[in-house]
Design a protein around this ligand. Structure first.
Ligand code: GLN
Length: 425
């Protein structure tokens, strides 16, 4: 089938195996996940032509499970963005409405699944990059608990926040893909040895679901709020107990996220210097000049902006003012979740404050950052969060976000399955 949405950067024809839990299923892989022998660019011009010599742990697991890997998908360069417009290889279009963005940064993976070009896809979520495109394209996407999927072979953007996760058209498929990729791996020392081995049980009966008022605050499109409120009533109709709650730490969550991710990125991206990685051949110049030239020429604008922001935030004399404060705010977010999960089993709200933007609509970086306000808290705390379709506003999909306790991805998935069963019945 033709890729009319620029979902893929590279298509491949791995037939997969005849047996295994994913035999006969096609899987698209976000292009910041290493695939042996298949070009892996992270959506960046600086990695054009880079062919990893090894597979990421999740890719090894997919191959063993019989999956047919059918290509590498487009993304915002290194995962930095919310629209997939920051790719070095052109934007991906939203299959629901091709004048709109698919969301990001895993926009190619979401578009591939939504357009029926792949059964399943892997995305990565540092601050919402699985849930945002799932929401905008009308599919299901899970950000697993941090430490439940190996990051070995994931090309790093912000290590302490990011995780690989499953995307698919149904909760059952998300669960099936999650089962395959959630296996222990000694090469990622943040792994907690608690694989996901669950089969979804579509039920919310007796579950207490907290609704943080801050998730319906200013900046959230009232039509999106209304759709999500309807979804919450549906959950109540299925036997969930709805509990209004408050999350004061939301006020600083976005700022904490952007200081943390840019700081980590400024360090991670130092390796693209034209010597270790990136186009070289500048032997006539001094190292500083060559380094500056290769990075200036091949990194996109958003990546350069974030390297500068992160370098500044970490610089001597400013550490306490920015990075240190961000870590306090991050701890407050985790603390708020801890307190709330003492009295509720799940939290629910919108995934994104709006429906999919028009291409070019979020031209200024600050308004793009603001769109992440509802997804970053889960990354700051390492908790599981899913986006499941809950209807449309003006013909564009809206996502319901469900968040759970760390390592309780099972309850998150069960509740999403219950909601999905109820609305598709
Ligand atoms: N939109 C967020 C960012 O730009 C999240 C990206 C992600 O999860 N990779 O950082």
């Amino acid at each position: 089938m033709e890729d009319r949405f620029n979902a893929y950067l590279l298509r491949s024809e791995d037939p997969g195996l005849d047996s295994g839990p994913l035999a006969g299923r096609t899987v698209a892989i976000k292009d910041n996940i290493s695939t042996a022998g298949l070009e892996t660019t992270c959506g960046s011009r600086i990695l054009k032509g880079y062919i990893p010599p090894y597979d990421a742990h999740v890719v090894t697991l997919l191959r063993e499970a019989g999956a047919a890997i059918n290509g590498k998908t487009n993304l915002d360069e290194f995962g930095m963005g919310t629209t997939t417009e920051n790719s070095g290889y052109g934007p991906t279009l939203n299959p629901v409405d091709s004048s709109r963005v698919p969301g990001g940064s895993s926009g190619g993976s979401a578009a591939a699944v939504a357009a029926g070009l792949a059964d399943l896809a892997l995305g990565t979520d540092t601050g919402g990059s699985i849930r945002c495109p799932a929401s905008f394209c009308g599919i299901v996407g899970l950000k697993p608990t941090y430490g439940r999927v190996s990051r070995y072979g994931l090309i790093a953007y912000a290590n302490s926040l990011e995780t690989i996760g499953p995307m698919a058209r149904t909760v059952a498929d998300v669960s099936a893909l999650y089962r395959v990729i959630s296996r222990p791996d000694p090469r990622d020392t943040t792994m907690q040895g608690r694989p996901y081995e669950h089969d979804p049980v579509a039920s919310v009966r007796g579950l207490r679901i907290g609704i943080p008022a801050e998730f319906f605050g200013a900046g959230v499109d009232p039509r999106v709020s209304a759709k999500v409120q309807e979804a919450i009533e549906t959950l109540a109709g299925c036997g969930a107990v709805i509990v209004p709650v408050s999350m004061p730490s939301m006020k600083y969550a976005l700022a904490a996220y952007y200081i943390t991710c840019t700081s980590e990125a400024s360090s991670n991206l130092a390796r693209y210097d034209g010597v270790r990685f990136g186009p070289g051949g500048e032997s006539q110049r001094s190292w500083h000049d060559a380094f500056t030239a290769v990075r200036g020429e091949h990194f996109g604008e958003e990546v350069r902006r974030r390297i500068l922001l992160g370098t500044f935030a970490l610089s001597a004399g400013y550490y306490g003012r920015y990075y240190g404060k961000a870590q306090t705010a991050r701890a407050n977010v985790a603390g708020d979740f801890e307190r709330l999960f003492g009295s509720v089993d799940l939290l629910a709200g919108p995934t994104m404050p709006t429906v999919a933007f028009r291409l070019g609509e979020l031209a200024d970086p600050l308004s793009m950052y603001l769109a992440d306000v509802l997804t970053v808290p889960a990354n700051l705390a390492g908790i599981p969060a899913i986006s499941v379709p809950c209807g449309e506003v003006a013909g564009l999909p809206v996502g319901l976000q469900l968040m759970g306790r760390r390592f309780d991805d099972e309850t998150v998935i069960d509740a999403a399955a219950a909601f999905e069963a109820e609305v598709t019945a």
